[in-house]
Design a protein. Sequence first.
Length: 82
Amino acid sequence: MRQRIHPEYGPVVFRDRAANYAFLTRSTMTSEKTIEWEDGNTYPVVDVEISDVSHPFYTGTARVLDTAGRVERFERRYGKKG
């Protein structure tokens, strides 16, 4: 394998803001933000919108993420079925 062409691989905390859940793993992702973890060490933190804790497939619940009224606009344009 060629040296010095691969990104650094180290511990990173991924934080799911929607579920208030975070987990420590190893990744090549980096971040300017840091967080102090349960073990007392400081790690870079990457905020994610969805994880296995908040994903509808794993939780069994559905959420509608509506930005700028797209669902309402679709229903007005094509009529609500049901």
